[in-house]
Write a protein that binds this ligand. Structure first.
Ligand SMILES: *[C@@H]1O[C@H](CO)[C@@H](O)[C@H](O)[C@H]1NC(C)=O
Ligand SMILES: *[C@@H]1O[C@H](CO)[C@@H](O)[C@H](O)[C@H]1NC(C)=O
Ligand SMILES: *[C@@H]1O[C@H](CO)[C@@H](O)[C@H](O)[C@H]1NC(C)=O
Ligand SMILES: *[C@@H]1O[C@H](CO)[C@@H](O)[C@H](O)[C@H]1NC(C)=O
Ligand SMILES: *[C@@H]1O[C@H](CO)[C@@H](O)[C@H](O)[C@H]1NC(C)=O
Ligand SMILES: *[C@@H]1O[C@H](CO)[C@@H](O)[C@H](O)[C@H]1NC(C)=O
Ligand SMILES: *[C@@H]1O[C@H](CO)[C@@H](O)[C@H](O)[C@H]1NC(C)=O
Length: 308
């Protein structure tokens, strides 16, 4: 009897968790419960090393931070829509610190050799409107989380993911190398009197060997921003709407910052405050060998720009 009950409990737990492991493959299905981050974290734990993870089609709710720094030889496929809930109280207290300017993140991935493929179906929905309204045009609301951070990540490929209404910056790459991010589609648009503010498409910091290709971004702040100690960055075929477009910096704000070997090409800036620019504080560091090539811009206008 005891045996039968524990078996039943185990089976029930598995079904509820929405995660099913077969060999090295972990399949996640939407649980219908309040928080699917539990089953996604379970998949990272059980298949994050020498495995594959499939987040199947359907609607997932993410109510907790997800922090996974030990991925190794893992291919992740996301076909579902992941919605980060709008519990501002929770996120401002629990977002994971990322050192840079006291920023923090809701989702942090690190490790060696992994991929995330969205197949143009995977969608990250950040419930950003709640954040834009709470932020009230401010500069940097404490604890407002970056959607996806790559942290100490090496040999990474990310492709085909769509973002809508990101909470804060869409992507941040720090202490990482050999990162390729292609075919990403981002759009943060406020419907209220408050601007999105600080919904940058991409920021890099202390990282090298980065490729960004075929992105479309509408964000209302810097689109692609190369921050301190970034080198060998190649950005090609990116279209940015309502943004600060292609940017180096800000640099030298109480830090020694180096930026080397950056090439932006085939870049389209639509209704932007700037097309290509380098922002520095009167600090220390250098910017060397930066090329902006083949830039197109339409309908220039002045949008609000902040200090970072
Ligand atoms: C788990 O996956 C296997 C293989 O795809 C399938 O046969 C099995 O029915 C699944 N179990 C559950 C509980 O979803
Ligand atoms: C860079 O990362 C990609 C994706 O993981 C991998 O295929 C490639 O071999 C890596 N390149 C180097 C030089 O390690
Ligand atoms: C972004 O989303 C807004 C609101 O849904 C829409 O009006 C706009 O056309 C979209 N922009 C792009 C470039 O997709
Ligand atoms: C927020 O900032 C934008 C851009 O500067 C401005 O158009 C808008 O009026 C501001 N909102 C309020 C309520 O002040
Ligand atoms: C440029 O990127 C866009 C958006 O991802 C894509 O539709 C287009 O095919 C790309 N162009 C080239 C020449 O690769
Ligand atoms: C950038 O790199 C230099 C030299 O390695 C280091 O001294 C400095 O602290 C780094 N800056 C930041 C902001 O990490
Ligand atoms: C300058 O940057 C380009 C493109 O990023 C790179 O191919 C080239 O080797 C760099 N030149 C030097 C002298 O480092």
């Amino acid at each position: 009897m005891l045996f039968r009950w524990s078996l039943f409990a185990l089976f029930a737990a598995r079904v509820l968790a929405g995660m099913n492991k077969t060999g090295t493959l972990c399949i996640v299905t939407p649980s219908g419960s309040k928080d699917d981050s539990v089953s996604i974290m379970d998949a990272f734990k059980q298949c994050g090393q020498d495995g594959q993870i499939e987040i199947t089609e359907g609607d997932y709710t993410i109510a907790k931070v997800m922090d996974v720094l030990n991925l190794k030889n893992c291919d992740i496929s996301i076909k579902g829509k992941l919605t980060w809930n709008d519990d501002i109280n929770y996120w401002t207290r629990n977002s994971i610190g990322v050192t840079y300017a006291q920023r923090s993140t809701a989702f942090r991935l690190g490790g060696d050799t992994f991929s995330i493929r969205g197949h143009k179906k995977g969608l990250f929905f950040g419930n950003g409107q709640r954040w834009y309204d709470a932020n009230k045009n401010g500069s940097n609301m404490a604890g407002r989380p970056i959607s996806l951070t790559l942290w100490k990540a090496k040999n990474v490929f990310i492709d085909g993911i769509t973002w809508r209404q990101s909470q804060f910056w869409h992507t941040f790459v720090a202490y990482s190398e050999n990162v390729t991010m292609t075919n990403l589609d981002m759009n943060a648009t406020s419907t209220s009197q408050w601007n999105t503010v600080n919904t940058d498409g991409f920021d890099s910091w202390n990282s090298k060997d980065i490729v960004i290709k075929n992105w479309v971004v509408k964000c209302g702040d810097d689109c692609i921003s190369i921050k301190g100690n970034s080198s060998n960055v190649y950005v090609k075929n990116v279209t940015c709407y309502e943004s600060g477009a292609a940017c180096i910096g800000s640099l030298g704000n109480n830090a020694i910052d180096y930026v080397d070997n950056v090439l932006f090409e085939d870049f389209t800036a639509i209704h932007s405050s700037n097309a290509a620019w380098i922002k520095t504080y009167p600090g220390q560091g250098h910017v060397r060998n930066v090329t902006f090539r083949n830039f197109y811009f339409q309908d220039w206008w002045k949008v609000d720009t902040d200090d970072d």
